[in-house]
Design a protein around this ligand. Structure first.
Ligand SMILES: [Zn+2]
Length: 607
């Protein structure tokens, strides 16, 4: 005899569901304000059960009147008890039933009814957790009906009204796909012609009257359309219930139009880094306008961001006046091009590169002076020159970095080691050291090399703890910058760059076409010295510490550093043996000493 496995048979399952349902109903009725609520709930469950039974009956499903009978029962319940907890569910079921009915009837009217009841659900029960479902479903049905504009409105409404709902990302994706069906802004006079990107004393961006972003027009269009849709229902069952569709100003990105989010800068007289953050990836072009003899206008570097908007609320001018740049100005140059202009006082070299997640464009501008480390004249008073080192403890604040199973955080270990490196350098009169952070606080990735560039550092060392899926992985590895990541380290680069592996791969192509300034040979030399010195110190405590390869990878934290720059992975937080060591102050000191000794060896070649 074959023993049946102890799984639930359909019979047992039904009994179980019924029991759960019964208990649920009992509990609900216990807490319900009135017995009436419980009755409505029971009625709803009965109607739903009958409907689900009908759905299994292939024969009956071919008759229209059976469908309508079930739909009417749901609608009647909603009408009789509009304030009950199942009123929204009833509309939702009715709308869904019309969609299913259409599979048999092929009548467009059935789909239109589905839209109507989904709309009605969102309008009448804006607080229901089905309201966003109603809007997205209405959008999907409208797409089926070929009404892309109508669909766009429903998705926009979903994103607007339920920004934290579980369907928002779906709605956003749909908005992006249907972007060309977005309500058009009211026609307005064409803005002045775009200045040509040739050397000419034409004012750029700011003298052109900034055309207001299409925000108000879209809001208005949406408002009108949205309200009208629900104000003219066939049988007026949603009239007088506009509460759910009151509209606030909507950020343009909701409509799939990329916007400039933020412009920030770090600067000193030798170096300025500007970071322009956007809501998503857009194409951009850079142009340099030379000063025309006799003209008042300075040299200008400008970037045009295509298919992009500058929100009204943003500051348009950013005075800098650090000797390199006078100011940065942003303007809506044409209807869909945002121009960011850098008014130059004196610059030597500059480079422009993008970062992902969020999409940012970084502009590094530096003076004509300091370029090569060894070219710096020795300090007149001291026999040996003073070296400046920036130590960066990875992650911090909202970004804990890698985590162990027990909750140990990369940010804490990295900070602890960074402080010990500082302590080590403080013993040395010829080395000045600066930490990018001294506490558990958040610093953006582009800010870190900017700190080193502004400080005029001779070296930059970013300290991290590694993580791997393979829990046996262990050892010390040191990286310098390279524009491309090998597929085998995409996971690590993704983790350190706060992006995903896809982001790393598209970074490969993004950076590939750019001429990036970075000190490859010097950084490689530094990496080799630091790695071997760390191993010497670490192996004094544990002879089995593994040496891993020295490699190049596109770590954002190294990108744009004007000095030799490395990223040190001190060990694996995911390896329990190594984690135990990394948490031990004595081992941390050994690692810190290793880093410091490696840096000293590197400097000694120039002293
Ligand atoms: Zn890290």
């Amino acid at each position: 005899m074959i023993r049946r496995p102890a799984i639930m048979t359909p019979g047992k399952l039904t009994a179980f569901v019924a029991a759960v349902l019964f208990v649920f109903i009992m509990i609900s009725s216990f807490f319900a304000v009135s017995a009436d609520a419980a009755t409505t709930l029971q009625q709803y469950e009965k109607i739903k059960k009958d409907y689900q039974k009908f759905l299994k009956d292939e024969g009956k499903k071919t008759y229209r009147h059976f469908w309508l009978r079930h739909i009417d029962r749901f609608l009647a319940l909603q009408k009789r008890h509009p304030k009950s907890t199942r009123a929204d569910d009833s509309l939702y079921m009715a709308a869904g039933a019309y969609v299913k009915l259409h599979e048999y009837s092929y009548l467009k009217d059935d789909l239109k009814k589905a839209v109507k009841y989904n709309d009605s659900l969102a309008a009448k029960y804006p607080k229901s957790n089905l309201a966003d479902d109603g809007l997205v479903r209405a959008g999907q049905v409208l797409e089926k009906l070929g009404d892309k504009k109508g669909a766009y409105k429903r998705y926009a409404m979903c994103v607007l009204k339920f920004p934290k709902g579980d369907l928002t990302s779906k709605a956003r994706a749909a908005l992006k796909r249907l972007l060309k069906y977005a309500p058009k802004p009211t026609p307005k006079p064409k803005p002045a012609a775009t200045p040509k990107p040739t050397p000419a004393p034409t004012p750029v961006a700011e003298k052109t009257p900034v055309s207001p972003p299409a925000l108000s027009a879209i809001t208005q269009a949406l408002s009108e359309a949205g309200l009208k849709e629900t104000e003219k229902p066939v049988d007026d069952d949603t009239a007088g219930d506009k509460e759910g569709l009151a509209l606030e100003p909507i950020p343009l990105e909701v409509f799939g139009v990329p916007i400039i989010r933020k412009i920030s800068h770090w600067s000193n007289p030798d170096y300025t880094r500007i970071v322009i953050e956007l809501s998503e990836k857009v194409n951009f072009q850079q142009h340099l306008l030379e000063k025309v003899p006799g003209s008042q206008l300075p040299r200008r570097l400008y970037l045009d961001f295509e298919n992009c908007h500058l929100p009204d609320r943003m500051d348009k001018d950013y005075p800098i006046g650090d000797g390199l740049l006078k100011q940065v100005r942003a303007g809506q140059n044409t209807e869909d091009v945002v121009r960011v202009v850098l008014d130059i006082e004196t610059i030597g070299e500059f480079q422009v590169f993008p970062l992902l997640d969020p999409f940012r464009v970084v502009i590094d501008v530096s003076g004509e002076k300091r370029t090569v480390v060894a070219a710096k004249p020795p300090a007149p008073t001291a026999k040996r020159r003073i070296w400046k080192v920036v130590i960066d403890a990875g992650h911090g604040g909202t970004d804990p970095g890698a985590m162990s199973r027990g909750g140990d955080r990369e940010t804490d270990l990295a900070l602890s080691i960074a402080k010990l490196v500082e302590k080590e350098f403080k013993k040395d009169k010829n080395i000045k050291v600066l930490l990018t952070r001294r506490s558990d606080r958040f610093i953006t990735l582009p800010q870190r090399p900017a700190i080193a560039n502004s400080y005029g550092a001779d070296l930059f060392v970013s300290i991290h703890i590694n993580a791997a899926r393979n829990r046996k992985a262990s050892g010390i590895e040191v990286y310098n910058f390279a524009p491309k990541a090998g597929a085998d380290i995409a996971d690590l680069v993704a983790a350190e760059n706060a992006t995903d592996v896809a982001g790393v791969m598209s970074m490969n192509t993004l950076l590939d076409g750019l001429t990036l300034l970075y000190k490859r040979a010097e950084s490689n030399n530094l990496a080799a010295k630091v790695q071997s010195s760390m191993l010497v110190q670490a192996r004094k405590q544990y002879r089995d510490v593994k040496s891993r390869r020295i490699r190049g990878a596109p770590f954002y934290v190294l990108l744009g550093a004007k000095m030799p720059a490395i990223l040190v992975e001190c060990g694996f937080i995911t390896n329990s043996t190594e984690l135990r060591r990394l948490k031990n102050k004595r081992y941390q000191k050994a690692l810190a000493l290793g880093i410091a000794q490696g840096v000293r060896q590197y400097f000694s070649e120039f002293d």
